[in-house]
Design a protein around this ligand. Sequence first.
Ligand code: SF4
Length: 366
Amino acid sequence: MKYVDEYRDAAAVQSLLAEIRASATRPWTMMEICGGQTHAIMRYGLDEMLGGAVELVHGPGCPVCVTPLAMIDQALAIAARPGVIFTSYGDMLRVPGSGRDLFTVRAQGGDVRVAYSPLEAVKLAQANPQRQVVFFAIGFETTAPANAMAVVQAKELGLDNFSLLVSHVCVPPAIEAILSSPTNRVQAFLAAGHVCAVMGYWEYPPLASKYHVPMVVTGFEPVDLLRGILAAVKQLEIGRAEAENAYPRAVTFEGNQPAQAVLRRVFEPCDRQWRGIGLIPRSGWALTPEFAAFDASVRFGVADVATAESPLCVAGQVLQGWKKPPDCPAFGTLCTPSSPLGATMVSSEGACAAYYRYRRFAHTPA
Ligand code: SF4
């Protein structure tokens, strides 16, 4: 299959691994931002094949994982209301809130439905004018433009029974929060190719320069990932710290300008809580005043919901690269995909789920 097979080619993978091992004069620590990249690394065993040249730590780029518990509890409260059709991507249905999850709300009579796009929710609102339809708008810059378009469309259609529960986050402020932490151990970043396909990578040169850390835009197949790692190693070895694009078949410096324009029309930056990490200034999107009437948390008055995390869960430390999932005492025992304590074990992009799925019960030392 074109654009897949050549990026999974075993000979190309071995050649890149050999070049990385030959280029690294010391072990380097780098973070892949995206949970999809974490799963690809685990699936193909790339971390183990690097032979200690690079330690990969796993970043906060899993939207389900970083959606705050308070936001999930708001979703549960809205979904349980009579007359509401609550729609969400499938992953969110199993994420535990303080006491239950969306599946439980559905089992108890709530009208909770899986949607594959926010436009499905707009159509539902058109078809059910007597019901309130809410879409759970989570995710990074990859999903935010589609949600923005849904709100634009709902406004154009004059729908007053459609709203978004917004928990969007953006990548660059999270990178800055990790780099400015006194406990940071990340020496280079593999930036998420799909986010950069939308946003470009014009936001990264100032960060690379300010923190003197290479940032390499990287794709998702084994050859893509190893090309990104090799580019980062080469920069580290000669003391360079620049933003670089190792995924040019999908990413340009400027990104998708129309998508960025609709994003800026519908959303504006806001401070946002990240689950397990805490508040990161200007790391989220909130609806602009023009579209504030479509804010579900205001419409349903659920902004102040009290929450309680599992005291055992160390997902926040995993998402910042301080710990690996097997370092958590609950990993694989009290916390499994069928009985998750934290979102990183539930999500299809979560680091704990990746380690569990690929049977990594001890982490790979550098
Ligand atoms: S294994 Fe479970 S409890 Fe431990 S950090 Fe991961 S999600 Fe949290």
